[in-house]
Design a protein around this ligand. Structure first.
Ligand SMILES: Cc1cc2nc3c(=O)[nH]c(=O)nc-3n(C[C@H](O)[C@H](O)[C@H](O)COP(=O)(O)OP(=O)(O)OC[C@H]3O[C@@H](n4cnc5c(N)ncnc54)[C@H](O)[C@@H]3O)c2cc1C
Length: 495
């Protein structure tokens, strides 16, 4: 599988769960949310266990572009459109607070993660977008942001409008979390385990039993920091969210221009620079879509690579894909998963802004665990009420998209780009996917995602079977390598 620029810095080894455990708090998932939550609980009165199904911070966080910014395309007017100015302002405050928290953590722990002050811009090459920029600028003015409509670092005649702010940051997310983990490992109240997959949650009278690697973890509270939960109930998260995917590439360049940017128009283009002690890089993201669209992965990779080569004149040395959980009202889901399960906490739906929102979520979760009031708890509550705009967005983003993915993959089992490399067919009455490797061997797996029964598509570049509904991924032998599916798709010959 292709690796991101940050994954090379993820090189430590931890134990895995191989016995029954009793704890106060079980955190499931060690991305930015889970690790920062554990960090916030160092020296608390609680015994804490932090687990991940694979290596720590090797998933969505490790495949992001690592921007820490409150200028997030035209996010504030999106929130104003569904809610109102006060809610958008509250969200703006959370993003500023998260940047402060990361800076403080880096300073206090002397973390070498290339945290660097950066200019952030949102820009468009489409004249019809300009009126939206004017609205966003009105919001920024009202909350007191010092912005500009030009940038010294980016001059391009095709740009019709841009908003620039100077007090934002970029970093290497994996090195940052490595720094927090070092401190967590030294604390006496927290235990960490990799290669430890949670597969089941059972509710008892005043505690929960979570099955991890087949063992039982007894816990009073659960924090679901797994990006996307591996179950439907409680919370019904698949009905509140949809997934978006992008293609990213990075190449070495000579100059770090200390600017990052994103387009307002869809599909998104985003870029930043990265400098470590040896090299400077240009990181470029494009070709974003809902995960049910654009299923020809090779074509998508090629498009992004062609674009970065055109911009820089250099061949990329890293290329990868990433997907994140989107919500229909542009706000994250953070807090008690449902009123019936106040001891199961969740944080997801960061709408591709999880470096800041995940950091803030960890603060809210730690406050909830410590029975402290948090002023953002209500607005981000996963059981917040529904309104008409949310229902409309749910219909287009979640309902129609997932139905489309299901039906299209059902009808068009073998798209033209499979050629002789993959085949979806029936064997013994079961729908299977077959990958033919270069040595002429065939690798047969079930073609049905165990999570919510969507049909899988073959990803020729990564050599994986990918779910176009909720993002689970499986290798050619059928092992689940990314959630939400906790089960593999190996063919069980005995059934
Ligand atoms: C292309 C792209 C670029 C992005 N760039 C930025 C950016 O520049 N700035 C920004 O703010 N945000 C960015 N984001 C968003 C950001 O990356 C995510 O919102 C954030 O990383 C999500 O963090 P997380 O902790 O929820 O998830 P993750 O980092 O995925 O962590 C969840 C962990 O849970 C584990 N897990 C899952 N299921 C189980 C289970 N059953 N048992 C045990 N463990 C489990 C997984 O293995 C994983 O390690 C980007 C997103 C995308 C798609």
């Amino acid at each position: 599988m292709e690796k991101s620029i940050w994954q090379k810095d993820n090189n430590f080894k931890l134990d895995k769960v191989n016995e029954n455990i009793k704890t106060d708090i079980l955190i499931i998932g060690a991305g930015i949310t889970g690790v920062t939550t554990a960090y916030n609980l160092i020296n608390s009165n609680f015994e804490v266990v932090l687990i991940d199904r694979q290596k720590f911070f090797n998933e969505v966080t490790a495949k992001s572009t690592g921007k820490l910014t409150y200028l997030q395309d035209l996010k504030y007017q999106d929130i104003c459109n569904v809610y109102n100015y006060e809610t958008a302002k509250l969200y703006y405050e959370t993003q500023k607070e998260a940047i402060r928290i990361v800076k403080k953590n880096v300073k206090e722990n002397e973390i070498d993660c290339s945290l660097e002050k950066n200019e952030s811009i949102t820009f468009t090459t489409d004249e019809s977008e300009v009126s939206k920029f004017i609205k966003e600028e009105e919001f920024l003015e009202k909350v007191g942001v010092n912005y500009s409509n030009s940038s010294d670092s980016l001059k391009n005649d095709e740009i019709k409008r841009l908003i620039s702010v100077k007090n934002t940051y970029v970093f290497n997310p994996v090195k940052y979390l490595n720094g927090l983990l070092k401190k967590i490992k030294k604390s006496s109240n927290i235990k960490v385990y990799e290669n430890s997959i949670a597969t089941k949650i059972k509710k008892e009278v005043d505690y929960y039993v979570v099955i991890v690697n087949g063992y039982e973890i007894k816990t009073r509270k659960i924090v679901l920091a797994c990006n996307y939960p591996f179950f439907l109930i409680p919370g019904f998260i698949p009905f509140k969210t949809y997934m978006e995917k992008s293609y990213v590439a990075a190449c070495k360049i000579d100059e770090n221009k200390k600017i990052n940017g994103i387009t307002s128009n869809y599909p998104t283009v985003s870029f930043r620079f990265y400098e470590d002690k040896d090299n400077k890089y240009f990181i470029y993201l494009s070709n974003s879509s809902k995960i049910c669209d654009k299923l020809n992965y090779e074509k998508n990779y090629k498009k992004t690579i062609n674009e970065i080569e055109k911009i820089t004149g250099k061949k990329p040395i890293y290329k990868w894909t990433n997907m994140d959980v989107m919500t229909n009202d542009f706000l994250p889901l953070i807090g008690k998963i449902s009123n019936d399960d106040p001891n199961v906490l969740i944080a997801t739906g960061y709408n591709t802004w999880g470096m800041t929102t995940g950091t803030l979520a960890a603060k809210i979760l730690a406050d909830l665990i410590n029975n402290k009031k948090n002023k953002y708890e209500k607005v981000f509550s996963p059981s917040r009420s529904i309104n008409l705009k949310k229902i409309k967005n749910f219909t287009t983003n979640t309902l129609i998209s997932n139905t489309k993915a299901y039906v299209l993959n059902f009808i068009k089992k073998n798209p033209s780009w499979y050629k002789n490399k993959a085949l979806v067919t029936k064997q013994n009455g079961k729908r299977v996917g077959i990958y033919f490797d270069n040595e002429g061997n065939s690798h047969v797996v079930s073609n049905i995602c165990p999570h919510l029964k969507c049909f899988l598509t073959f990803n020729e570049v990564d050599k994986t079977w990918d779910c176009p509904c909720h993002g689970s991924r499986f290798d050619i032998e059928g092992n689940a390598i990314k959630g939400p599916s906790k089960d593999n798709i190996k063919i069980d010959e005995t059934k």
